[in-house]
Design a binder for this molecule. Sequence first.
Ligand code: GLN
Length: 204
Amino acid sequence: MRLETPGAHSPKSMKIGILALQGAFAEHSRVIERLGAEAVAVRLPGQLHGLDGLIIPGGESTTMSRLMAEYQLLQPLKYLAGGGLPICGTCAGMILMAGSVPDFALQTLGLMDITVRRNAFGSQVDSFEADLEMPALGQPPFHAVFIRAPIIEAANSTVEVLAWLPDGAAVAARQGNLLAVAFHPELTSDLRLHRYFLDIVASR
Ligand code: GLN
């Protein structure tokens, strides 16, 4: 019998940074720890050293963009993503990863070749929940919580759209080691989206 020892591919040896400037960072940390990896709060560039992956949480993209500029995190994050660091952005995090966000006057990281529209559901449905068919996560559908959510309006051919709402709006996408979802996977007890991200980290 061969015993599995925790190696480079085990969550136990993974250090996942959670951008902790604003928003739902504590909830993401809890999920990452439940999956057996180490969660590290990131507020300053020095805290990016030695990470195996990074999560940019939901919150308010304008505030986060301002704070990322103020704390000089934009350039180091672009550099690390260029070197292949797996990054997962949820909701406001997805906005910050997008290459193009019309009507957003502040800086994004511009990591993914997607065009994202903020607050895409307007005021009549600020928040809602939906069971998403997401083949990358298998069955059953993923129960997704949308809070003043963005959508992906356009994506180039190197981007794989992972889920759509019934009206055709794209709400999850992957491009290489980069993963972006319009909803809040940290607010439900379903760990599959975070596990999918840790699999990207493990296969790097
Ligand atoms: N509407 C917010 C923004 O534009 C995102 C909301 C969220 O992250 N839940 O940043």
